[in-house]
Design a binder for this molecule. Sequence first.
Ligand SMILES: [Zn+2]
Length: 50
Amino acid sequence: MTERATPFYCPFCGDEDLRPVEEEHGWLCGACRRVFTVSFLGIRLPEGAK
Ligand SMILES: [Zn+2]
């Protein structure tokens, strides 16, 4: 899987103004200026799920 995960909201301030940052393969939030990446770790059921 080469396609990176696409966030819809900034995890820090919740803004939707996200722009791709090619150098870091991450995202820049236009509101709080934070640069971050999103990693897909896997799929699991919640604790206690049947
Ligand atoms: Zn933000």
